[in-house]
Ligand binder design. Sequence first.
Ligand code: ADP
Ligand code: ZN
Length: 209
Amino acid sequence: MKLIFLGPPGAGKGTLAVKAVEILKIQQISTGSIFRAAVAAESTLGLKVKAIMDAGQLVDDETTIALVRERLAMNDVQNGFILDGFPRTIPQAQALSEFSAIDKVVNFDIPDSGVLERLGGRRVCRKCGFNFHAVFNKPKQEGICDHCGGEVYIRDDDKPEAIQKRLEVYREQTAPLIDFYRQKGLLVDIDARPMVDEIVENFKKAMGL
Ligand code: ADP
Ligand code: ZN
């Protein structure tokens, strides 16, 4: 199964992806996580993208497309994958169609109010990337990841100014992908407002599982 998870920042794509990869036994490919790892490692890529990410803007298409093209050429994803956070622009979607088939595009439907509530409270494990929430899904021990013991922190791009910018970027550059994929008959909408377990059930239904 080759899937794209599409939706605004904070819609819960990454959270559902962690569950969905277990259910479907496929790999999650999160461009955001790859970029964050590059920033943490202070690699050439990381140094290039840090300021862009912190400001809530998109990394350029050329860099992002090359990264995903290389990742999708690897052996472990030949049976399937979830693209979480890619494509985010029409040129990215067009490029993708030249190097990979896609079975379905899962569109996370959520109003801006839901996005603001989630991103404002989002806490992330520095080590394994697991998403917590300051109110709805706290780690058992404050500041420490339940899964790997890593440090739980607030992402630099989850600060209020960057959140506004990311929503604006989403509306202008990413939302047009909804129609792009609907026209191709690939879009599946899921209601992203409920709590995680319910979204997992909605996802299974939408996938016919
Ligand atoms: P979100 O929680 O906003 O969905 P992600 O973790 O997917 O965030 O991405 C974080 C940041 O990484 C984005 O704001 C952007 O700067 C960069 N990024 C991730 N994916 C892409 C992409 N497909 N194209 C351009 N930039 C990207
Ligand atoms: Zn962790």
